[in-house]
Design a binder for this molecule. Structure first.
Ligand SMILES: [Ca+2]
Length: 425
């Protein structure tokens, strides 16, 4: 889960900005289950609150607050016995990635062949457990294993930070102190409940914990003691890991019996300005607009969907349903959601993305994205604030420019488009 800075569940950390990320326009996933405030430069507010002069004073105030919330003094004192502020956490918190990755670069890494093979093996190894969880929740086993794979590479990359150290550092001196303070208090509540010992409470630098990469508040709402040993253990118990993931995915709106969507083909003349996650239409309307399955024939099914084009009209197109949005609530990025969906599909023998990505298109640097926005603004295309984040406003401005010069208005912000803009002035 990624820590959400706009959604609350897991920490987003990371922050590889992804070019294909429609929902936040920016950050890429690194953790699971998070919905915290988003960590992009544009959304981060300077911490204005008054900080006590010293860490000991700050810690004393935190202790008072924790105890007033019912956390036992011995829990607090044991958790903070050897607490260390982490310079590395501060560095990672303030790092601003210069380059975004293109969506295909992210998918190449998140859904690589090794991970698909590992995922198939995990599906078999955990078959009995998964089938029990699926019967109860309706969330398919391959979806649970896909989250597990993308979040922590099946438990291999859970992060080695002490969650208390990391969250304390971020709550004391990070850019989103209030958010991390509430996560730190939630982490103390978990320790107080005896689910995990402080020294085993490890996670990412932003506090996303264990094999599911849950932020502490997400843990409190969703962690499950599936193996009935009295501890909700998302670090070491596979039943707890997979059942907790299922509970969170279901809470995020997963609709049992439905798919995430499918790759589709779009006809010549398709209205690309309609290809936005924020635009949802009945399937009958997409059929009327000529959206078809890759293998031809008619789109089946009822209900509503959005068309998603993450790399322009030359790249693949997807028809995405409510379950695609449910995946995004773990980590609010379209690229992330597509990775989970594709990994799940590949594990069950489906083909993965079949259309070809425009791999010659290089990602724009942050300076180039700002330049693009400024040039679009000067032409009256209204891209919104020139913040270097390519969101819906920027894509719509690109579409206006493309339409004005007779190009297909797919909204894809590319280097060649920036070059054409530069040549005009
Ligand atoms: Ca347990």
């Amino acid at each position: 889960m990624r820590v959400p800075f706009r959604h609350p569940a897991r920490l987003l950390l990371a922050t590889l900005l992804m070019a294909g990320c429609q929902s936040t326009g920016a950050t890429a996933p690194v953790t699971a289950g998070a919905t915290a405030p988003a960590a992009t430069a544009a959304t981060v507010q300077p911490v204005a609150q008054q900080q006590p002069a010293s860490f000991p004073e700050w810690l004393a105030a935190l202790r008072t607050e924790a105890l007033s919330q019912g956390i036992r003094p011995q829990t607090f004192d044991r958790a903070f016995q050897r607490v260390k502020l982490s310079e590395r956490v501060v560095e990672l918190d303030s790092a601003q990635p210069e380059f975004t990755r293109q969506v295909w670069q992210y998918l190449d890494s998140a859904v690589n062949e090794k991970r698909v093979q590992d995922g198939r093996q995990k599906l078999q190894e955990q078959a009995a457990l998964l089938s029990r969880i699926t019967r109860r929740t309706g969330v398919p086993g391959e979806i649970l294993v896909a989250f597990w794979g993308v979040e922590s590479d099946f438990g291999k990359s859970t992060g080695n930070f002490s969650v208390i150290d990391a969250l304390t550092t971020l709550a004391f001196e990070g850019r989103r102190a209030a958010y991390f303070r509430s996560e730190l208090l939630a982490a103390l509540r978990i320790l107080d409940s005896g689910d995990i010992a402080p020294e085993r409470m490890t996670g990412s630098w932003a506090g996303a914990m264990g094999q599911t990469q849950f932020m502490p508040t997400v843990f409190l709402r969703n962690a499950v003691d599936e193996d009935n040993d009295g501890h909700r253990d998302i670090w070491g118990s596979m039943p707890d890991v997979l059942a907790s993931t299922a509970k969170f995915v279901l809470a995020n709106g997963w609709r049992p019996g439905e798919s995430w969507g499918q790759e589709v083909q779009l006809p010549d003349g398709f209205p690309y300005d309609q290809a936005e996650l924020s635009i949802t239409k009945p399937l009958s309307e997409w059929r009327r607009l000529g959206v078809r399955p890759l293998d031809g024939g008619e789109l089946g099914g009822e209900g509503t969907a959005s068309v998603l084009v993450l790399a322009g009209h030359r790249g693949p197109a997807f028809l995405v349903r409510d379950n695609f949005r449910a995946i995004m609530r773990y980590n609010p990025s379209t690229s992330y959601s597509l990775a989970v969906a594709m990994l799940a599909d590949r594990m069950t023998g489906k083909p993965g993305v079949r259309g070809s990505w425009p791999r010659e298109e290089q990602a724009l640097s942050k300076d180039e994205r700002i330049d693009l926005q400024q040039r679009l603004a000067s032409l009256g295309m209204e891209p919104g604030t020139a913040d270097g984040i390519v969101g819906a406003n920027t894509r719509n401005a690109v579409r206006r420019f493309q339409a004005s010069v007779g190009e297909i208005p797919d909204g894809f912000a590319t280097k060649s488009l920036l070059e054409r803009l530069r040549q005009r002035s």
